[in-house]
Design a protein around this ligand. Structure first.
Ligand code: HEM
Ligand code: HEM
Length: 177
């Protein structure tokens, strides 16, 4: 497993495992400075995810996916690849839909206080609604993708014991396939 794959995977995984519940709790907070601060933090971290996801997708297109370490049935290979693509595309879609929702809602775009897009105050409601619904649905889809990812890895760790997890930590493993 190449270094960039490993580093980018864990950076993206840590950010997304924070961002998904971090987005879902927004509605639980009452309007006020804490909620606004939390949303600002959510937006800023989301922009980092966008950059990381873009690099990851480019890297996967260039390098392909890591080969399985032991004999894997065809259905499992297809499901795994599909889920990996879903996770990669969703980690691009989530920040992009967040940005559109934000800007079409007439709000500015800030990265830890640095203005990237000025507040216009002009609302393009159909776009804001479309992106908002997409962001909400995308949150559920990416969460389902992560659950499937973890189930697949647990199954592999219990049944095949082929070192799939150890390889993602950069440890040397001998393929059984
Ligand atoms: C990896 C990136 C991101 C993930 C995983 C993510 C995830 C989520 C989730 C799961 C929700 C809850 C949706 C719901 O209540 O149904 C949410 C809400 C929200 N997100 Fe994101 N988000 C990301 C990036 C962004 C970005 C870049 C922005 C803006 C620039 C943004 C702005 C918002 C806002 C404003 C809400 C609150 C929506 C509302 O309840 O009115 N998000 N996010
Ligand atoms: C509970 C935390 C996680 C663990 C333990 C974990 C572990 C792993 C492992 C062991 C692999 C290698 C699979 C193989 O070689 O067949 C992998 C690949 C992958 N994981 Fe995760 N993962 C986690 C969270 C996530 C999250 C949150 C995402 C969401 C973006 C994600 C996206 C991917 C993708 C796209 C791959 C394919 C390789 C790549 O493009 O980097 N993982 N993961």
């Amino acid at each position: 497993m190449s270094r960039p794959t490993i580093v980018l995977h864990w950076v993206a995984a840590a950010l997304l495992l924070f961002m998904i519940p971090g987005g879902l709790v927004i509605d639980e907070f009452e309007k006020g400075p804490f909620r606004s601060g939390w949303i600002d933090f959510h937006r800023s971290l989301g922009l980092i995810v966008l950059v990381v996801a873009f690099v990851r997708v480019s890297w996967r297109i260039k390098e392909g996916f890591p080969p399985p370490l032991s004999n894997t049935p065809k259905w499992e290979q297809v499901l795994k690849k599909g889920d990996h693509w879903l996770l990669l595309v969703a980690s691009l879609f989530m920040p992009l839909s967040g940005i559109v929702m934000n800007v079409a809602g007439g709000r500015g775009l800030f990265f830890f206080g640095v203005e990237l897009v000025a507040t216009s105050g002009v609302k393009v409601q159909p776009w804001a609604n479309l992106a908002g619904n997409g962001h909400s649905l995308g949150g559920d889809v990416i969460l389902a993708g992560v659950v499937l990812h973890v189930i697949g890895l647990t199954r592999r760790a219990l049944r095949s014991k082929d070192g799939t997890l150890r390889r993602m930590f950069g440890l040397r493993v001998t393929p059984k396939a």
